[in-house]
Design a protein around this ligand. Sequence first.
Ligand code: AMP
Ligand code: MG
Length: 497
Amino acid sequence: MFRFPFNNQYVTLGEGFFSRTQPTPVSEPVLIRFNHELAEQMNLDLDGTSPDQLGLWFSGNDIPEGAEPLSMVYAGHQFGFYTPQLGDGRAILLGDVMGQDGQNFEIQLKGSGRTVYSRNGDGRSPLGPVLREYLVSEAMYRLGVPTTRALAAVATGDPVYREVVLPGGVLTRVASSFVRVGTFEFHARHSDQEGLTKLADYVIGRNFPELSESENPYRALLEEVIKRQASLIAKWMQYGFIHGVMNTDNMSIVGETIDYGPCAFMDSFSINKVFSSIDQQGRYAYSNQPGIALWNLARFAECLALIVNPNLDAAIEEIRPELEKFNSLYEKAWVSGMQAKVGLIGVYQNSKSLANSLIEELLSLMQECCSDFTISFTELSRLSDQADKQDQSFLRQFTSNQLAAQKWLEKWREALAIQGMDQNERQSQMQNVNPIYIPRNHLIEESIRSAEDDRDFSKFHELHEVLKTPFAEQVGKKRYQKPPNPEQEVKQTFCGT
Ligand code: AMP
Ligand code: MG
């Protein structure tokens, strides 16, 4: 039988960082999907392994040799309020493998039963959120957004009790590291300088070895984490993605999108859009995401302040400038991404204000006309340097103010003329950053419905297949591009906890 090439590292941190926990077996594990391509990247040669055996491993019914199952402890600010102890309440880390290009991968089962951190929860996950996370995280990867990934989805055969009874599932997800801002908070709040130092050294050694050469590696770690989050959030914003629960325990230290709960991609553009049913104040609304990221990073910086310099005042003086860099890093990442989306990178080099005002005007028109976020940019990327009948497919997104949209197109074309880039080159550059297919909520819901109600996974598999090549037009897949009809629209998403 295949032997996983485990090289478990988190477990070396020792007691105080986790609890050893075995998954609770499920009644009837059935493999729904296994990600062979990811397995290959992870050096897991599982092509010859039967679906039954994969189902046993990735439900937690059978523990692969060399795994050292554990649940990580962490704390976190949830909706702004500090909870001193959280931890993996329904997740179990199997271990760590090194992939083909030397990259580390942690393998975690989610929904695999109670742990010491479960509090009142059952440690389980309904199948719906398993399929949702599988689809959305893999779509994010294909869009080029740093993210945890999905290795396997398994149906458990057991009921999960929420407001209604639902079929259960286990998701196997993979991250470069599952350490969160909340992991640091846990050790900082226990005034555990030794633990904090150990954790920071561990993260640096495992994920950022180049930082150990810095004059102050902890400050360098803060700088790196800030840089990664600025770039990550800019990407979310450019695809219209709303995370939904940006608590500090859901913010990864390595800058991957993590903990897909009530997340969603926007259909029609609205700057203050909120999806999560539990976010009644709109704290994690679309437009708040950069500000919240900075707020979370400030909590991270407070932890590192305890080890950056033995003198706390001096430490604060050292970390402040790092935090102050976030806004300009984010702005830079956002602007350059948006330049690419509207095809005006060259204009920006000559006239920053022209390019910026074109972007702002377009977004405010999209807001006014409730334009579909994704389609507006896809259609724009298909337009020629000269007005022609193709313009109509773009203008259709602006029915309530077509005149303004037409004027905007004129100004955009004037800017293109100044830029002087070859039209085909400009179109293909734009098409590489403006997806045609995103995991729209109504499509995810549709695939979950047929999986949960009829045990029919064909819609899930087909949607997953389409999302593998989001930037290329696919024959016969028109329905996957379309926004929802009013009756298909999903207004809220749920945690699934
Ligand atoms: P989340 O916001 O989904 O990341 O979850 C916040 C916390 O609640 C984490 O510590 C989770 O492990 C825990 N949790 C969520 N759902 C469950 C569940 N069904 N059983 C036990 N713990 C859970
Ligand atoms: Mg979480």
